[in-house]
Design a protein around this ligand. Structure first.
Ligand code: SF4
Length: 357
């Protein structure tokens, strides 16, 4: 089995692989873009973003020259925005330190911002033909089931067992295609909830299948508890003739959605009504002594992230005098019709699309 695993897998891959645009090239930039986009993203969704990204910035130099707002705008809807910010920073660094050429050394690739051992191995193997196993969730699942890794794959012992198996089985002649083959096998055949064991090339030797463990492998350590956060958006609007102006705030702190724009937001520890919000110092700082009337308040809007759930409310306020508020709070005043030009969280984008204002 030890010798045959890679051979059988590569045969399966040659017949069953999906024809995806990033598989047509060995360009390290294209491999990097595809690998970053595909983290936490389905292939069909990732494909659209990959094509848009490569069209907008076909190489490292082009990406380095882009503005962060433009990069985040194109990324809007994919989530995990630190991926886009890191790519942008890394592109600039590659231009500055490596003359615009993607480095080929594994450790140098891994030292770049936003690139961990998985992505570095994918780039080194696919673009440069170097033997480094890329281990993602698909690979953990396939190896733990086929070879019977019973320890939690995100724990120290289980992780080491998976790493050892990865090094033991990687195809030294064609490590790039081997890495893609294991991942593809996990994505198409050895599925998390419904593995296709009946037609599987490993059905006669797979440890999980032979021992009735397909549903319980890979084992994982206890999941971290999910955090619930309450975001109260204060939609501050001014009317001037038939134009509406709104306040936008750029998220600058180290938190989700850094670099994106949103309405001024007050986070609370529990759900609050509008009359409770108005008593908060943050609200008073926001509105100063300016007169406003409340136009509407939304029902709670839920937005699920991997480790947090955001429950948002939108409070729509009309103001009479905008300018001093903007100055005091360092907000941007923009024409309401132009919100779509700014990178905004999907939560806000959806709210705008589902409601008329
Ligand atoms: S037999 Fe089933 S569990 Fe084992 S590798 Fe094949 S699909 Fe996965």
């Amino acid at each position: 089995m030890a010798l045959d695993f890679a051979k059988h897998l590569m045969q399966w891959y040659n017949t069953n692989k999906r024809h995806l645009p990033w598989r047509l090239t060995n360009d390290p930039y294209a491999v990097w873009v595809s690998e970053i986009i595909l983290q936490q993203t389905r292939v069909d969704q990732g494909m659209v973003y990959y094509q848009r990204f490569m069209k907008a910035w076909p190489n490292v130099s082009a990406l380095a020259k882009a503005s962060e707002d433009d990069v985040l705008k194109l990324w809007q809807g994919l989530g995990y925005y630190s991926r886009a910010r890191n790519m942008h920073a890394t592109a600039k660094l590659i231009v500055q330190n490596f003359n615009g050429s993607f480095p080929s050394d594994y450790n140098t690739i891994k030292s770049l911002k936003g690139i961990g051992s998985y992505t570095a191995a994918a780039i080194a193997s696919i673009a440069f033909g170097q033997t480094f196993p890329a281990v993602d969730g698909n690979v953990q699942r396939v190896l733990s089931r086929v070879f019977g890794v019973l320890e939690a794959v995100d724990g120290k012992t289980g992780k080491k067992q998976i790493d050892d198996l990865s090094w033991q089985h990687i195809d030294n002649e064609d490590p790039g295609n081997y890495n893609q083959a294991v991942m593809e096998f996990g994505a198409l055949q050895c599925l998390p909830a419904n593995p296709q064991c009946g037609q599987c090339i490993f059905r006669e030797s797979c440890y999980a299948l032979l021992n009735g463990l397909t549903a319980s492998l890979p084992r994982k350590q206890k999941k971290p508890t999910q955090k619930i956060r309450y975001f109260n958006y204060i939609w501050m609007r001014w009317q001037s003739g038939n134009q509406s102006w709104v306040a936008l705030d750029k998220r600058l702190h180290n938190d989700i959605w850094k670099g994106l724009y949103e309405f001024p937001m007050i986070e609370t520890e529990k759900p609050v009504h509008f009359d409770e919000i108005t008593l908060l110092p943050a609200f008073q700082q926001l509105v100063q002594n300016n007169r406003f009337n409340i136009r509407a308040q939304s029902a709670p809007v839920t937005h699920q992230l991997t480790h947090q759930k955001i429950i948002a409310k939108f409070f729509h306020l009309n103001f009479e005098t905008p300018l001093d508020l903007m100055k005091e709070n360092k907000l941007s005043l923009i024409n309401q019709s132009e919100i779509g030009n700014y990178p905004i969280p999907r939560l806000i984008d959806r709210y705008l699309q589902q409601n008329e204002f």
